[in-house]
Ligand binder design. Structure first.
Ligand code: HBI
Ligand code: FE
Length: 295
């Protein structure tokens, strides 16, 4: 009986497409843009079209302006070298290919030097709606556009430098929460409403709607110390979204020396994602029904 051909698990194949590539000391690899298949380019286009339609009326104007500046479009997976040539004249940022999450100290060193490490694989067909790892769509469609906004670009570099200091102080968890509730899942006041800016939200068509329009989650005005105390989950919608007043205010908050913040946080209790704190400026109190329905 001839051996059945091994079933090609294309999902695993596509996620691990770089496993045999040389990895540099800073965890960057060769994106090898020529190697993407037509199917992978087509998947980018479908993800791009679906998310762009949802974001038209929901993303903050700074993001929409940046998308136009970078001419990110539905013409297949971007070549990071070419994208960096468009981005670096604007804010000095580059996009460098990596295989997946890199160690924190490597990550912070890239950010501190205005290099954004972007996953180079694209999610498999079976994970179009959600995946845990940052693929090229999450990183380039979600994170990169705002790096063309000078204020946000300054904030991201300050975050990288802050990360390097936080590691020395053992406050990495607090700083990771700041990243999570802003860079990944942040909302911003815009005109007389709220708009999206977090990459984790904007790279998900379903969460883009949920974060702004569902009655389930809390929406609370951003406060640096409060966010640094707040836990988060990585495998579901957020129970609380934080709203920044502006990118200028966020940059100002993060340009300060965090030493006094960390002192104030010593012994402060952790706030769970579903909880509201007495000092919160609550913008919308959530019903949490989406989450209760899951238990
Ligand atoms: N690595 N490539 C990559 N992308 C990330 O977003 C990332 C990372 N390493 C660590 C990390 N994020 C988080 O732990 C940060 O909060 C530090
Ligand atoms: Fe991310």
């Amino acid at each position: 009986m001839a051996q059945a051909a091994p079933v090609m698990d294309t999902a695993a194949e596509e996620k691990n497409r770089y496993k045999n590539y040389k990895r540099n000391a800073d965890y960057t690899i060769d994106q090898d843009w020529q190697s993407y298949s037509a199917a992978e380019h087509d998947r980018w286009d479908r993800l791009f079209a679906r998310a762009s339609e949802v974001l038209e009326t929901r993303a903050c104007p700074e993001y929409l302006d940046a998308m136009r500046t970078l001419k990110l479009s539905e013409s297949g997976i971007p070549d990071m070298k070419k994208l960096s040539e468009k981005l670096s004249p604007v804010t000095g940022w580059q996009v460098v290919p990596v295989t997946d999450l890199v160690p924190d100290e490597i990550f912070f060193d890239h950010l501190a030097n205005r290099r954004f490490p972007a996953g180079a694989f694209i999610r498999p067909e079976s994970e179009m709606d959600y995946l845990e790892e940052p693929d090229i769509f999450h990183d380039i469609f979600g994170h990169v556009p705002l790096l063309a906004n000078p204020v946000f670009a300054d904030f991201m570099q300050a975050y990288g430098k802050g990360g390097q200091r936080a590691m020395q102080r053992g406050m990495l968890k607090n700083l990771a929460r700041l990243y999570w509730y802003t860079v990944e899942f942040g909302l911003v006041r815009s005109g007389d409403g709220l708009k999206l800016f977090g990459a984790g939200i904007m790279s998900s068509a379903t969460e883009s709607v949920f974060a702004l329009e569902s009655a389930s989650p809390h929406r609370v005005r951003f406060d640096l110390k409060r966010v640094m105390r707040t836990n988060y989950v990585i495998d579901d919608f957020q129970k609380t979204y934080f709203v920044i007043d502006s990118f200028e205010k966020l940059r100002e908050d993060c340009m300060q020396d965090f030493a006094s913040i960390y002192d104030a946080l010593e012994g402060a209790s952790v706030i769970e994602p579903h909880e509201l704190a007495p000092e919160d400026e609550v913008i919308t109190r959530g019903t949490l029904e989406y989450f209760d329905a899951q238990t």
